[in-house]
Design a binder for this molecule. Structure first.
Ligand code: ADP
Ligand code: 5GP
Length: 188
């Protein structure tokens, strides 16, 4: 089977995790790529499930050892990246890998994988709505929320570099749209 990838990118708070978590159980061939990060676990997050959690020092060691397909310092002092070993593990099973990465990471991934990848940008209805969702989600400090919102405004400009844009206003509609494009890409 081909080595395929679906890339979901969005400004933080646009609904990417909600959409990815809905899609994965619907298609047995999909497998979520667990990224590595140097940020601390949030809430109920578990090592190896949402992320592989590393100290910044360990993360930098892995960068030096060329263990990443792609990595970014998404926020100052917070590194995120996809380990080559994680990608290999998923493709070895013949699964289609699903990435949840920031906007820059998504564009890099698309450049790396070309036609084997389908890139999707999840767009919030507005930056104001994004801030409301982050406040409502209640997982980040006020300061972290403002950092994410400032970054979001920049990231929105890259939406049209992606293969597909889903505007996540009505969640039910966005989930259906995601199902349709995934089905089409994996050929069902
Ligand atoms: P991301 O993974 O992009 O950071 P999340 O999936 O965590 O975003 O969504 C951010 C917050 O917004 C969550 O609390 C989620 O339940 C909520 N949310 C997601 N989609 C919608 C929507 N269409 N309308 C209102 N709230 C939403
Ligand atoms: P969070 O801290 O909210 O879990 O994630 C912050 C941002 O980092 C999100 O936009 C998420 O998609 C992104 N991210 C997660 N894993 C990776 C990765 O492996 N590479 C890149 N470039 N970004 C990632």
């Amino acid at each position: 089977m081909d080595k395929k990838a679906i890339i979901f990118s969005a400004p933080s708070g646009a609904g990417k995790s909600t959409i990815v978590n809905h899609i994965i159980p619907l298609f047995p061939e999909l497998e979520f790529s667990v990224s590595a990060t140097s940020r601390a676990p949030r809430g109920q997050e578990t090592d190896g499930r949402e992320y592989y959690f590393f100290s910044e020092e360990e993360f930098r060691r892995k960068i030096a050892a060329d263990e990443f397909v792609e990595y970014e310092e998404v926020y100052p002092g917070s590194f995120y990246g996809t380990l080559k070993a994680e990608l290999q593990r998923i493709w070895d099973k013949g699964h289609v890998v699903v990435f949840d990465v920031d906007v820059k990471g998504g564009m890099n991934m698309k450049r790396i994988f070309g036609e084997r990848a389908f890139s999707v940008f999840i767009q919030p209805p507005s930056v104001e709505e994004l801030r409301n969702r982050l406040i409502h989600r209640a997982t980040d400090s006020a300061e972290a929320i403002e950092k994410r919102v400032a970054k979001a405004a920049e990231e929105m400009a890259y939406a049209d570099r992606f293969d597909h844009i889903i505007v996540n206003k009505d969640l039910g509609k966005a989930l259906k749209e995601a199902e349709t494009i995934v089905k089409e890409f994996i050929g069902k």
